[in-house]
Design a protein around this ligand. Structure first.
Ligand SMILES: Nc1nc2c(ncn2[C@@H]2O[C@H](COP(=O)(O)OP(=O)(O)OP(=O)(O)O)[C@@H](O)[C@H]2O)c(=O)[nH]1
Ligand SMILES: [Mg+2]
Length: 299
């Protein structure tokens, strides 16, 4: 029997902050490779997720939420997202179906009108919706643009993701296997670890702090066969934020550390000794050299 020709392609996930892009990426990959949170602007970089089988490979690109930038980090995040639109075979434009249409989505739809790539409109979070609202909502969005597909989904519950995959496969062309068959992501282990720490900081803080935090793994070494030592710096922008993050008697930092350690141990399959330092880097979100050092793309 003749083997079918191998197919492959790229899909970019774009949308406003909090639409559920990273949740969808994790669901489709079957593992947590992107951190998620209920606070906007969680993802700061393009994150590759790979699905491979004998017949095809799909490379998904999770991107930062498109928003009105207030600093250089924000500029870079929005550019990262918009730059993917013309590089891929399919764009998934995720809408949070549980919040009203607003200027942010009007801006993205305008941008999408300028690209030739097929765009799937994904109405996400349908688990939160009254089913009677779905059809009128689909009609509302149908009038906004000529979408390749409109797919209601729940990234959190995994609803309708199989039909989404089927529809997407129709756009994969004959092509190479871009990543090894066992690759799930392009992120190095140290980045995954730093991101898990950042996720716990976002989870346990409010207002400006989640946006003011950057995390770097400084040291990582095996101390014994089953114990890895990991030293991590958490950067904030002001002394007052450092105080909040450490908390009374170091309590807050302890919570962050123990939650992060559990996730990191799961990731590495090893016991972990995690040491966290909080440091101040004034206004790092507007300083090119620091943005580069912290791994946030500048284009
Ligand atoms: N109920 C429900 N919640 C969802 C769904 N998808 C995502 N969420 C929640 O929405 C919040 C935002 O999800 P993320 O995946 O971090 O959103 P994002 O689009 O990656 O956000 P940014 O990285 O900030 O652009 C999280 O609290 C998720 O648990 C869904 O289908 N249903
Ligand atoms: Mg995200």
């Amino acid at each position: 029997m003749l083997k079918k020709e191998f197919r492959s392609g790229f899909v970019s996930l774009v949308g406003r902050p909090n639409a559920g892009k990273s949740t969808l990426l994790n669901y489709m990959i079957g593992q947590k490779i992107a951190i998620t949170s209920d606070k906007p602007q969680t993802t700061r970089n393009r994150i590759v997720g790979v699905i491979t089988n004998d017949e095809w490979q799909m490379v998904l690109l999770d991107t930062p939420g498109i928003h009105k930038p207030k600093d250089k980090l924000g500029d870079s995040m929005v550019k990262v997202a918009l730059n993917t639109l013309n590089e891929v075979d399919v764009v998934y434009y995720l809408i949070d179906g549980s919040v009203p249409f607003g200027g942010g989505d009007a801006f993205i739809i305008q941008k999408l009108k300028e690209v030739k790539t097929p765009v799937f409109l994904l109405l996400n979070k349908i688990d939160l919706l009254d089913k009677n609202k779905l059809l009128p909502m689909i009609d509302f969005y149908r009038a906004k643009r000529d979408w390749q597909e409109i797919v209601p989904v729940s990234a959190l519950k995994g609803e309708n993701i199989n039909s989404l995959l089927e529809a997407t496969l129709g756009h994969m062309q004959k092509g190479p296997q871009y990543y090894p068959e066992d690759a799930l992501t392009d992120q190095p282990e140290r980045v995954l670890i730093a991101e898990l720490v950042r996720e716990k900081v976002i989870e346990t803080t409010r207002e400006e702090i989640p946006h003011s935090v950057a995390v770097i793994v400084e040291h990582m070494e095996s101390r014994t066969d089953d114990l890895v030592y990991i030293g991590v710096s958490i950067y904030v922008e002001r002394d007052s934020q450092k105080g909040i993050l450490i908390g009374k008697n170091g309590d807050k930092l302890k919570v962050i550390g123990s939650r992060a350690r559990l996730d990191i141990e799961k990731l590495l399959g090893n016991r972990v000794f995690l040491e966290l330092w909080v440091k101040v880097k004034t206004d790092w979100r507007n300083r090119d050299s620091l943005l580069n050092e912290l791994g946030y793309r500048q284009k």
